[in-house]
Ligand binder design. Sequence first.
Ligand code: BG6
Length: 507
Amino acid sequence: MSLAGNPLRDGNDRRLPRIAGPCGLVIFGVTGDLARKKLLPAVYDLANRGLLPAGFSLIGYGRRDWTAEQFTAEVLDSVRDRVRTPWRDSVWEQLASGIRFVQGDFVTDSAFDDLAAMTRRLDEERGTRGNWAYYLSVPPQFFSDVCNQLERAGLADSETGWRRVVIEKPFGRDQASAEELNRTVNAVFPESSVFRIDHYLGKETVQNIMVLRFANQIFEPLFNSRYIDHVQITMAEDIGLGGRAGYYDGIGAARDVMQNHLLQLLALVAMEEPVTFAPDELKAEKLKVLKATSATGPFTQTTARGQYTAGWQGSEFVPGLREEGGFDPDSGTETYAAATFGINSRRWAGVPFYLRTGKRLGRRVTEIALVFKSAPHQPFGAGQTEAQGDNALVIRVQPDEGVLLRFGSKVPGSAMDVRDVNMDFSYSEAFTEQSPEAYERLILDALLDEASLFPTNEEVEEAWRILDPVLDYWAASGQPEEYAAGTWGPAGADRMLNRNARTWRRP
Ligand code: BG6
């Protein structure tokens, strides 16, 4: 495959702006939170950056009894305060001229026939040329109905133009259900037309992991068991779950973000260098490292899970999970998950990867820390290096995006004392360009048929294969531990690392 058209190569090349060709987007679940907060603003921003074709068309599909005008007003309401690029009436008017609404549920034939008629009309009126992407921002139990209806109504038929489906997680709740879901979707759309969204892959800092490793000479030689003691991947959130009980209760932190975002980060940090960044090459490497990865036991000692109780989050006293509306008062859903993973490869044998995530923690931060082994020999007196910790390379995914190198330095003065200092690269200081929102990047890539940043069915299934034993163990071991909101998680998480004389970083 040639490098031309490879998003990881020319994505930010201003000489080659990546503009989508004639096409339209249908959003199922358009009244949901994700569509309002992320998808619709991303569409406006793409239009504003000149990356959508002039005749771009957007069809909302939902149960509401809306006219196109009412839906357009709803879209305006959603995007007006959320867009990241400056507001321009001319862009909005151009976009609004292609907005339509089709009323229907996910099973009624006539509604999908209306949708088909609408796409044909837009093909003629606006030149979308039969090129349509269907964004399924709906719970996975409806994927099968929607896909089958798209097929029945001829909407999956790619004879007159391209047809792609974009799907949102959760992709199943274990390996078996993920396989079933993939079978359902792949029965209608070939894998090359399926774009599974893991929005972490759309983040600039996540793509920068590959640049850091493979565009530089300094770091990559150190990425192995000879130098690295262990790796910590942290995704901490300060928000709670108010309003998301319907989705989250019974799902929990591990299924929500560890199976996808965190294991994808692990794959990018640990994989071998791909031959090129063409989708197939990149996927081959990610899949290979995932296949070599498994959860390390015994799980009583190597995992931890928790549920937040009421507590002080900064200056605000917030309720515990079970007091939040919508949750079962006996809910055993974990809001904190930590587990240990090992990679069976020459590069990583013996290096534990500790993954943790939680809601209502001390602050919002996602980072990957590669913690180094101590120098094999210290010519300094023990007292002189007392204040020195471990060297670490920290990739800060968000916020304060950047990379930090932590190492020992001489404390000024007549003694030879060593203390840790930071060498810090910050995106906001180094670049004037603002990073596009992850969804902007991913929607554009799907319209351009550029699949590098989308996990394949095999990656998704492999990630479940890795996590399932931990989930089974937790399912059989009672309630999660409690931790107070605003803290850094349950005591079991600290025990998990202390046992091996390690500690979690306080990011
Ligand atoms: C989503 C999870 O995938 O990621 C949410 O379902 C989580 O529970 C969100 O809050 C976090 O995304 P971000 O981009 O704010 O880190």
